[in-house]
Design a protein. Structure first.
Length: 74
């Protein structure tokens, strides 16, 4: 699993920037006091989780496909 995480290291910056813009900045401006902010935060976190999971799945499928189609297999 560590190799998949290493393959997707490029996602750290975009996901962190997205979370900072959609969660941290509103919290700094007082949005955390509003009741609907929790629902917003849940959707944002769930969406980020789905994007990362999809990227992990695609990277895993590609790595398996490349491994299975190698010419130097015995």
């Amino acid at each position: 699993m560590r190799w998949l995480v290493a393959r997707l290291a490029f996602l750290r910056i975009p996901v962190a920037a997205y979370l900072a813009i959609t969660l941290v900045l509103p919290v700094l401006h007082g949005a955390a006091r509003r009741a609907d902010f929790v629902a917003h935060a849940m959707w944002v976190l769930a969406g980020c989780g789905l994007v990362v999971a999809a990227a992990l799945l695609v990277a895993g499928v590609i790595d398996v496909a490349l491994h299975l189609t190698r010419k130097d297999r015995p």
